[in-house]
Design a protein around this ligand. Structure first.
Ligand SMILES: Cc1cc2nc3c(=O)[nH]c(=O)nc-3n(C[C@H](O)[C@H](O)[C@H](O)COP(=O)(O)OP(=O)(O)OC[C@H]3O[C@@H](n4cnc5c(N)ncnc54)[C@H](O)[C@@H]3O)c2cc1C
Length: 324
């Protein structure tokens, strides 16, 4: 492993907020390297292909570069185009498909080991998001290839028997889209109603489809086993055995907080497990390690998003520049 490259800052994660940090570092004349384990804006790339952002495009802009969209709310494809153009026009120093595995501190310098080589730096910004770890159903059969936690495209499910697990935005979008492409859709919902955070303009659509019987929904129910051709569901009326080709588990995602803990970052004791950091500088309890983007919220992944965490980049880089 080579270990001769040294930077003012290593940024872990090439999502929108990691990119914003890279741009800000560049504006301020600091040397930096962005490390991304997948493709550019890897999380956005893995969002459903037809998804539309709830934010208007100017609220997704980073580094002051305008995001022009044909619609009030941009699509995933437009966002991929935008962030790619931003990375190109800003000539961001980014290594893709290079995952950070480990960080060690030697004297005052961090050694960052990746799947390809190692680097030295005095400052690390962690912008690793929350989309890498799905909440598992933890039932027999979840490992079957017919089960996905990353729903992509409805056409694939045409004329198939699809079970959608969950009742929030992702689940509702997957249920409606696949039903509209001819799938026979069943929803399994742990709660007694559709999720409260479902977009207000989508809620009547799903509620009406359920009421008219086009989409079958089991409320207060959960999956207990997935088999090759069927699924067992625990419902208030007892166990139901339904025919099934595919399972879309839209049960949400969680940040990899164990990665933060390994670096010595303290987490709150409650269920939020909020990382400890200074709200003004975003420096954690570990000197020289900063947090940016949605990972700052711990398990509260719905509180921070691109719109309201773009500003983290400015605060962090200002602090690093000042110290330097
Ligand atoms: C369906 C959907 C719709 C959304 N709509 C909106 C919206 O309209 N408006 C809005 O503001 N937000 C929206 N969000 C939320 C928003 O996309 C996220 O909050 C945003 O992506 C956070 O940016 P980030 O850079 O913090 O994290 P991410 O975009 O998740 O980026 C983190 C990156 O870190 C990489 N990574 C992780 N671990 C490592 C490692 N060890 N080494 C190297 N790389 C690593 C990941 O591959 C990933 O690319 C939506 C989310 C979803 C799921």
């Amino acid at each position: 492993m080579q270990s001769n490259q040294s930077y003012d800052i290593i940024i872990i994660g090439g999502g929108p907020i990691g990119l914003a940090c890279g741009m800000e570092a560049k504006f301020k004349g600091l040397s930096y390297l962005l490390l991304e384990k997948g493709c550019l804006v890897n999380s956005l790339y893995h969002y459903p292909q037809n998804m539309t952002f709830f934010s208007t495009s100017e609220r997704l802009e980073i580094g002051g570069i305008p995001f022009v969209s044909n619609n009030a709310k941009p699509t995933r494809n437009e966002a991929l185009e935008y962030y790619r153009r931003v990375a190109v026009s800003s000539q961001l120093n980014i290594h893709l498909f290079e995952e950070v595995l480990q960080v060690n501190k030697i004297d005052n310098v961090y050694k960052v080991n990746t799947t390809k080589r190692s680097y030295h730096t005095k400052n690390i910004i962690i912008a690793t998001g929350f989309y890498g770890l799905p909440y598992l159903l933890n039932v027999p059969g979840e490992e079957l290839p017919k089960v996905t936690h990353y729903y992509q495209d409805p056409h694939f499910y045409a004329f198939q028997k699809v079970l959608v697990v969950g009742a929030n935005n992702s689940a509702v979008d997957a249920a409606l889209e696949t039903w509209r492409k001819g799938a026979k859709v069943t929803m399994v919902i742990r709660e007694s109603e559709i999720g409260k955070r479902v977009k207000y303009w989508v809620r009547p659509d799903i509620e009406n489809r359920i009421e008219e019987g086009s989409i079958k929904a089991y409320f207060n129910s959960s999956v207990i086993e997935i088999k090759q051709d069927e699924v067992l569901i625990q419902t208030p009326e007892g166990i139901k055995n339904i025919e099934n080709d595919w399972v879309v588990a839209a049960t949400g995602y969680q940040p990899d907080l164990s990665f933060l803990e390994k670096l010595g970052i303290e987490l709150s004791d409650d269920e939020v497990r909020k990382p400890t950091y200074n709200e003004h500088t975003h420096e954690t309890n570990v000197r020289g390690i900063y947090l940016a983007g949605v990972v700052c919220g711990g398990m509260n992944t719905h509180k921070l998003f691109i719109e309201n965490s773009r500003e983290h980049a400015v605060k962090i880089i200002e602090n690093i520049k000042y110290r330097k």
